[in-house]
Design a protein around this ligand. Sequence first.
Ligand SMILES: N[C@@H](CCC[C@H](N)C(=O)O)C(=O)O
Length: 277
Amino acid sequence: MMKLNFSKMHGLGNDFMVIDGVRQTVALSNEVIGQLGHRQFGIGFDQLLLVEASQTPGIDFRYRIFNCDGSEVEQCGNGSRCFARFVFDQGLTDKNEIAVETAKGVIYPRLESNGLVTVNMGAPRFKPSEIPFEAPNEAIIDPLIVDGQVYDISVVSMGNPHAVQVVDDVDTAPVALHGTLIENHKRFPQKVNAGFMQIVGRSEIRLRVFERAAGETLACGTGACAAVVAGIRRGLLDETVLVHTRGGDLTISWAGNDAPVMMTGPAVTVFEGSIEL
Ligand SMILES: N[C@@H](CCC[C@H](N)C(=O)O)C(=O)O
């Protein structure tokens, strides 16, 4: 038997089991993570976040992310704010700003004096091979056939893949039906997170995201970054945008091209616990 200490955290209702893999030996199979993620038979979470030591000079930690079905993924925006709050509150670092290695590059979270966390999420990527997405060329808008109809999507990688579309009203958008069809669309060989964005004004959107392997969550940080980047590239949004999700608000900024996407929002600890496995 192994006793594992963890924290339950959330960023705008996107919830996480966060585990210190620096001071504890953690050996969890994808199957066990899937069992822990179950809402009725397990602890229940959208993603499990694992904090590990980094072997790279100048980098403070390694950040690994697993969806609730146990699959490991490349990036999680709301999780990155919780990660920074966790390592500071648990005494794993005394730094307000840290460098964190992920499967797809380094991100830089910073604890703000007002309690929010700002993360430099790195530059977005658009090449079809970087999503990955089956398309002959990079484009700002790609037509995608879903349920027999053509929808205009923008594909963006924030480390993980996103397909964003503009809708008139997020409240009536077919998020569950089209979300699962887009997630599993054959043009996305590693599946995709499907974003539904309503433009409120040039600096304000409403957003719902049907997440790969997790279904619709109350908020998706990388989804918010991808939506704002897509909106800016389509000429619909200015550089800094307030993003309303069902779980609350994020502020996202992007200066274009190779500039990093900056995300600011809350990170909350709900409780600490331990489990025998
Ligand atoms: N909730 C996340 C994204 C988590 C990973 C995603 N489901 C994927 O499979 O890529 C966020 O806040 O970014």
